[in-house]
Write a protein that binds this ligand. Structure first.
Ligand code: FAD
Ligand code: NAI
Length: 474
């Protein structure tokens, strides 16, 4: 007889594996199916995030930043390094080790929480509200049944039309994380999150990097003040970013040639040793056999869901990159937990207004809430306050004084509507702003709270004071 579960989760990325763990914690018999495998065919749960996304990219960002510090800022501390060199193979090996620790960690968590893991591809085989059949095609094929199915199949990189990835010369995110030696000239198409993070890694390791971006504005999703500062800093770091380009052809033989029109419409040709294409991602429903049960996808291929991640089918849910909303690991996780809660009739909380964004460049960029430009366009009256890290004692001690914290509050109520940071550890600092906004705090609340000294978080307090024109240290 087919194995029966209360819940089957298809996909063990951050959305799926967290949903499975929470469902099991809530007492539901839970299975999770994932097809990702290591080079030797072993299970590698964790999805894009663990295998070719968040985790390995941050491992390489750290390694390349260490190299950059050793080469450029240690001397100021009186530390002299002779014969500094990069061993890319070792860097990649360390990154792979970090990935494996995370894969193993998830398998351990499944065991601990009594989630049954199936390694293989999951697809719908039939069913209705009373129960669904899901086939797992792994080493062998079997069909399992469940009352509830959570689809968490994630996303895939989008290729340029007519230019498939070969992951040798034309690289997607997986290829960008496994370049075996430092390319002399690296091209990047797309100045989005991946383009900037991966461009930074290879720039720090010595590549000449040129980023070609279709839009005329840089980092359009970020607050303009942050985007302007970032553009200045990245230029200084040697990242050449060309905006408003139109790619016409990409050809590859021994290297890659990109023909494009620049922002003035002039034809240009650039030749690179390798090219990263990072122009966004598409939802992944390949092989899910959505049509067998009539699971509805929208015209871009996303599984259609309501605000609570319910699909058009009773007891079938979908979360993470495969549904609307930002393609972020923490958004996927929040949706996973919320769905598990909803299945047992508990409240599931996801607040899209307080999902933080982080770009792990150096300096880091992080924000939560709306930008000043969005708010003004909506006719909201705002007051803003900024505080530069230059005036923060901890940042000076760190030797990392680029950037600032900017806080935006409602002009009448003082409620915080957005916090935008560019600077050291912005990824950590943003959490205070997320908590504050989630609790409906005012800028005055932050200004009145005692922050440890010396700490980078004092810049957030000072930005809050600046909203009321009363900074103390600037
Ligand atoms: P995924 O992580 O894509 O997982 C889906 C899983 O489902 C995969 O393992 C896949 O193999 C499996 N699967 C698919 N179909 C089937 C099937 N039919 N049967 C069985 N298994 C199946 N986000 C952040 O928040 N912070 C970051 O720093 C960050 N960095 C990133 C860096 C890069 C280079 C990239 C590419 C992405 C990054 N992201 C980051 C985005 C993040 O990785 C995704 O938002 C997140 O992984 C989405 O989680 P998910 O669970 O929806 O899907
Ligand atoms: P992105 O959406 O961040 O950026 C893609 C960029 O490519 C955009 O600026 C877009 O205008 C540009 N573009 C699109 N078509 C183009 C073309 N034909 N020619 C030139 N430029 C073109 O997507 P990206 O960088 O691929 O990342 C995908 C997603 O992965 C992100 O949106 C994010 O959700 C997630 N991610 C998150 C990270 C984080 O949280 N730190 C890190 C990396 C990825």
């Amino acid at each position: 007889m087919a194995k029966q579960f209360d819940v089957v989760v298809i996909g063990a990325g951050p959305g799926g594996y967290i949903a499975a763990i929470r469902a099991a914690q809530l007492g539901l018999s839970t299975a999770c199916i994932d097809e990702w495998k290591t080079a030797d065919g072993k299970p590698a749960p964790g999805g894009t995030c663990t295998n070719v996304g968040c985790i390995p990219s941050k491992a390489l960002l750290q390694s390349s930043e260490n190299y950059d510090h050793a080469g450029h800022s240690f001397a100021e501390h009186g530390i002299h390094v002779k014969g500094l060199s990069v061993d890319v193979a070792q860097m990649l090996k360390r990154k792979d080790k970090v990935v494996k620790q995370n894969n193993d960690g998830i398998l351990y968590l499944f065991k601990k929480n009594k989630v049954t893991f199936f390694h293989g591809r999951g697809s719908f085989a039939g069913g209705d509200a009373s129960g669904y059949q899901v086939t797992v095609a792994g080493k062998t094929a079997e069909t399992i049944t469940a009352k509830h199915v959570i689809v968490a199949t994630g996303s895939n990189p989008r290729a340029l039309p007519g230019t498939p990835f070969d992951n040798n010369l034309i690289l997607d995110n997986a290829g960008a994380l496994a370049i075996p030696d430092v390319p002399k000239r690296l091209g990047v198409i797309g100045a989005g999150v991946i383009g900037l993070e991966m461009g930074s890694v290879w720039r720090r390791l010595g590549s000449e990097v040129q980023v070609l971006e279709a839009l005329p504005t840089f980092l359009g999703a970020a607050d303009e003040a942050v985007a302007n500062e970032a553009a200045k800093v990245f230029k200084k770091q040697g990242l050449a970013i060309d905006l408003g380009v139109k790619i016409s052809t990409v050809t590859s033989k021994k290297n890659v040639t990109v023909e494009y029109a620049d922002s003035a419409g002039k034809a240009q040709t650039a030749t690179f040793d390798r090219l990263i294409v990072a122009i966004g991602r598409v939802p992944n429903t390949d092989g899910l056999k959505a049509e067998v049960v009539g699971l509805k996808l929208d015209d871009r291929g996303f599984v259609t869901v309501d605000d609570e991640c319910r699909t058009n089918l009773p007891n079938v849910w979908a979360i993470g990159d495969v549904v609307r909303g930002p393609m972020l690991a923490h958004k996927a996780e929040e949706e996973g937990v919320a769905v598990a809660q909803r299945i047992v009739g508990k409240y599931g909380h996801v607040d899209f207004n307080t999902v933080p964004w982080v770009i792990y460049t150096s300096p880091e960029i992080a924000w939560v809430g709306k930008t000043e430009q969005q708010l003004r366009a909506e006719g909201v009256e705002v007051k803003t306050g900024s505080f530069p890290f230059m005036a923060n004692g901890r940042a000076r001690a760190l030797g990392d004084t680029t950037g600032f914290v900017k806080m935006i509050a409602d002009a009448k109520t003082d409620r915080i509507l957005g916090v935008h940071i560019i600077g050291p550890m912005a990824s950590e600092l943003i959490s205070e702003a997320v908590v504050a906004m989630e609790f409906g705090a005012s800028s005055e609340d932050i200004a009145m709270i005692c922050h440890a000294h010396p700490s980078l978080s004092e810049a957030t307090k000072e930005a809050a004071l600046a909203v009321d024109n009363r900074t103390l240290n600037f």
